[in-house]
Design a protein around this ligand. Structure first.
Ligand SMILES: O=CN(O)C[C@@H](CC1CCCC1)C(=O)N1NCCC[C@H]1C(=O)Nc1ccccn1
Ligand code: NI
Length: 186
């Protein structure tokens, strides 16, 4: 199980490397990595377990963040209300954004990152809607359309596979600049 000590922090070159494609069928090592990446999110989103293991709760975790430069990330978007269904939960492997909306979206609170131990204020403009193509741990191909928060989370994770961190997208001169048709996401 990953703990905070296993999470690589900004400054480590692995976060600025282009990650390698994952080959199928998954090696035993990659199968375990996928399990561990998802387990981190599940445990961290359980308040009791989160506290017990001293984790920062997360909704996504990319392999480069645990020092593995591969195109794999877990995503667990919490259900909007108690007992509801998660809008998107999967381990995305070799993800490709096949189309993206012209309209941009950003989290009103800005973004953070488990690999960035500082607050970087500002809006992180991303595409409000994307069509995502990825493989799951069984090698099954998926093509899903995501919008708003799930779309933001997946773009944040895919960035980690392409040497990008959230603050790279923040406008240096005007961090809270926004074009008037940008969707502001709570
Ligand atoms: O690459 C992946 N990461 O760096 C983990 C990030 C991923 C999200 C950041 C913005 C979009 C995706 C993450 O989850 N966070 N960022 C740092 C601290 C907070 C935490 C978070 O948003 N937690 C959360 C939110 C809702 C419910 C439960 N927990
Ligand atoms: Ni991150």
């Amino acid at each position: 199980m990953f703990l905070m000590k296993d999470i690589v922090r900004d400054g480590d070159p692995v976060l600025r490397q282009e990650a390698a494609d994952v080959t199928f069928p998954l090696s035993a090592e990659d199968q375990q990595l996928a399990k561990d990446l998802m387990e981190y999110l599940v445990v961290s989103q359980d308040p009791e377990q989160c506290k017990k293991y001293g984790l920062r709760a997360g909704v996504g975790l990319a392999a480069p963040q645990v020092g593995v430069s591969k195109k794999m990330a877990s995503v667990l978007v919490p259900a909007p209300e108690e007992g509801g269904k998660s809008p998107f939960t999967d381990v995305i492997i070799n993800p490709v954004i096949v189309s993206e909306s012209v309209q941009m979206g950003a989290l009103t609170e800005g973004e953070g990152c488990l690999s960035v131990d500082r607050d970087v204020p500002g809006f992180v403009p991303r595409h409000d809607r994307i069509t995502l193509r990825y493989y799951d741990v069984n090698g099954e191909k998926h093509q899903v359309r995501l919008k708003n928060y799930p779309a933001i989370v997946c773009q944040h994770e895919i960035d980690h596979m392409h040497r990008t961190l959230f603050y790279d997208h923040i406008n240096k001169d005007e961090p809270f600049a926004r074009d008037d048709d940008m969707v502001m996401i709570e």
